[in-house]
Design a protein around this ligand. Sequence first.
Ligand code: TXA
Ligand code: MG
Length: 321
Amino acid sequence: MTRFTTAIGADPDQAAAWLLKGNCVAVPTETVYGLAANALDPAAVVRIFEIKNRPAFDPLIVHVTGLEQAQGYAEEIPAPLRSLAEYFWPGPLTILVSKGSNIPDLVTSGLPRVALRAPAHPLAQALLHALPFPLAAPSANPFGYISPTTAKHVFDQLQGKIPYILDGGPCRVGVESTIVGFENGQTTVYRLGGLAIEKIEAHIGPVQVQLNQSSNPAAPGMLKSHYAPRKPMILLEKTPWPDEKRRIGLLTLRRRTDLPEHALQIVLSETGDLAEAAQNLFAALRTLDQADIDLIVAESLPEEGLGRAINDRLRRAAAQE
Ligand code: TXA
Ligand code: MG
């Protein structure tokens, strides 16, 4: 793999220059940072898989400026997905649609559908507008690890492997996009994410939720063990402080006042706000992963709004397989 001196900056033109030469760069989005390459160039896309150490069976999201550009890469966009994209794009929504023949099979891992998303971050938009192609971009973390929500998170893990990190500050949403498709006449959510299901349903009515819990490579999409810290982690519905000899770091929504002295707790939102909790989630997991503790204990959050997406990430982070 080519070695680079990794620069961090806020200049979309510099990012564009590297991308035009077939390289990968890290790009801020409102959800998490992405590791981007020209989606129409298989040689560039291959580099994403190499840098991330990502298995080829796990397909990539293609990032576009908006619905108009998306239409050029889809055979057809079913009406409910079109309506969602019109309403929520640019934003934390990915639609799964029948792929146009101009999208390389490598991007979709040979699957018949392509995932399309228009990110809302102004630097991502500026970059996409400066380029003559859409950007394939998974989250900019080594496969299986916690997604990055700052340029520093990206640098800590991909330093030397990419030439440029476009720094757009900390991500406003903090969890990945919600992935939605249309199957057997039903709008279907495949990944819980930064767009809450309540908002989707308020716009188009009831949807089915079909989260793939499989760790079977034949079922791409959602691997069970994912977003995982290196330290052991357990998820508990409301915790009493666990009876543990190991040193514990607690991830909690609100500050707890019933803990033993010296207990380490990371608070996701002092006011219990779930959007703020999502914003802080991945940085908090990284902090705990680097802290002087042996075990991460997370409390599950209310199953509503972004709490559902957060709980999903926590479950996968705690999954052992
Ligand atoms: O918010 C996001 O979606 C971020 C930012 C960078 O846009 N991206 C992101 O990408 O989370 P990634 O690769 O970490 O997660 C994308 C998920 C994967 O689990 C993948 O399997 C699924 O989307 N996916 C992508 N294309 C697909 C396809 N054609 N069919 C089924 N699943 C697909
Ligand atoms: Mg990812």
